[in-house]
Design a protein around this ligand. Structure first.
Ligand SMILES: NC(=O)c1ccc[n+]([C@@H]2O[C@H](COP(=O)([O-])OP(=O)(O)OC[C@H]3O[C@@H](n4cnc5c(N)ncnc54)[C@H](OP(=O)(O)O)[C@@H]3O)[C@@H](O)[C@H]2O)c1
Length: 373
């Protein structure tokens, strides 16, 4: 079927609004949609959050029309949300125009036949070159067979994530902490090292409504099983606790932690001598974790960077200075010897969250030199 004069301007707009999902939806694609009624725009939408409604659904909520112009082939299978193909049919849409076929094996190439079977005209490939960058991180997610990792921290203006006495309550303000709860509700696993567990005794639950079907796993890297059976994470039974430890860890300690409700998994070591980041990621991927929030201190964060396993950083910067050469920083390890070797972000954005600044950075594949212990 052929395109119409209004398709390209509508697609240009859909591409523009798709970018508003940047930093919120990865490893999902950024997607924008425009609803047309007799050639006039009556609705717009974009994929706003991982686990949230797809762009065409958001656009149809704004207005009903005869044509939907969307940057990506609509989904035709049930995922975290119901299939969009079915929603388009029920909304009485007569034409669907998209820029890019879905490259995922689960969904790709299925919408055309499904829509045409429902009597809906399909036009593919409109402004596909312009729309292609919207799939950059989605393609990366499809190829890596491990969860998308978001390292999150809150730091002072001088880059400290705690005081010299390791006090971190609170670095950032209330609104930033609220944003973290929202972020937790959009990840299938929340990860810390035992250092953070011992210092802060966090609960690590999303205290706001989650966008995902199940509760997140709470995962602790703990090679010597130092996790206290009295830790707060055991007081909440809604989110399972997984403790990742080493093969030689004490069996008695394991028994006590299992009795508190934890699943204990024994894995190999990495360069730091701690629990292997790659092996934990593989195990979590196998349990269906696609997006993971790393809320550790600098030691475990350094191991994730050394493993080349950080895709995104969300850093809250508070307008205060703590000082102190020994105060903890977000990424420890040995670090680079020359600034030119630092891992550079491919994209980054900033927003104000209450009194704090939220910086979101997306990284190409790459490592920061090994954790030095
Ligand atoms: N402001 C913030 O956003 C924020 C967030 C989190 C933490 N913090 C602060 O950070 C400080 C804690 O820092 P931290 O670096 O000790 O915490 P961490 O990175 O969460 O935990 C480090 C511990 O994890 C264990 N571990 C197991 N496998 C590891 C691996 N592969 N690589 C590295 N570690 C591994 C190690 O203990 P074992 O050898 O016993 O296994 C290690 O000492 C506290 O002051 C806390 O308040 C601040």
């Amino acid at each position: 079927m052929s395109g119409r004069a209004g398709d390209s301007p509508a697609m240009r707009r859909a591409i523009e609004i798709a970018q508003r999902g940047a930093g919120e939806v990865e490893p999902n694609p950024r997607v924008g949609a425009v609803v047309l009624k007799k050639g006039k725009v009556v609705g717009e939408g974009f994929h706003e959050a991982y686990g949230g409604p797809h762009a065409e659904i958001g656009a149809l909520r704004k207005g009903k029309g005869d044509t939907v112009v969307v940057t990506l082939e609509p989904c035709s299978t049930e995922g975290k949300t119901p299939p969009c193909v079915e929603a388009l049919r029920r909304a009485g849409v007569r034409r669907v125009v998209w820029a890019l076929d879905d490259p995922s094996p689960a969904n790709g190439g299925k919408a055309k036949a499904a829509l045409e079977a429902a009597g809906i005209e399909v036009v593919r490939g409109v402004l596909s070159k312009e729309a292609e960058p919207l799939l950059r991180w989605f393609r990366r997610g499809l190829s890596m067979e491990r969860p998308w990792v978001i390292a999150k921290w809150a730091m002072t203006l001088d880059g400290k994530i705690g005081s010299r006495d390791r006090d971190a309550k609170w670095v950032s303000g209330e609104e930033a902490r609220e944003a973290v709860h929202q972020l937790r509700g959009r990840c299938e696993a929340i990860v810390v090292g035992v250092g953070t567990l011992l210092a802060d005794d966090p609960l690590l639950t999303p205290r706001r409504k989650s966008l995902l079907p199940g509760p997140p796993l709470r995962v602790v890297f703990d090679s010597g099983l130092r996790t206290s059976p009295e830790a707060k994470i055991f007081s909440d039974k809604t989110c399972p606790v997984v403790i990742a430890t080493l093969a030689g860890a004490d069996a008695e300690r394991e028994k006590v932690l299992r009795e508190r409700g934890a699943e204990v998994i024994r894995l190999g070591t990495d360069a730091s001598g701690g629990v292997s980041v790659a092996e934990v990621l593989k195990a979590l991927w196998g349990s269906g974790v696609r997006r993971l929030l790393l809320e550790s201190g600098g030691k475990l964060a350094a191991s994730f960077f050394a493993a080349g396993a950080v895709d995104q950083v969300v850093a809250f910067v508070a307008p205060k200075v703590a000082g102190g050469a020994s105060a903890p920083t977000p990424v420890e390890g040995t670090g680079v010897s020359k600034m030119g070797e630092a891992l550079a972000a491919a994209e980054w954005f900033s927003t104000k969250v209450g009194e704090d600044l939220r910086l979101t950075a997306l990284f190409p594949e790459g490592t920061v030199p090994p954790a030095g212990g």
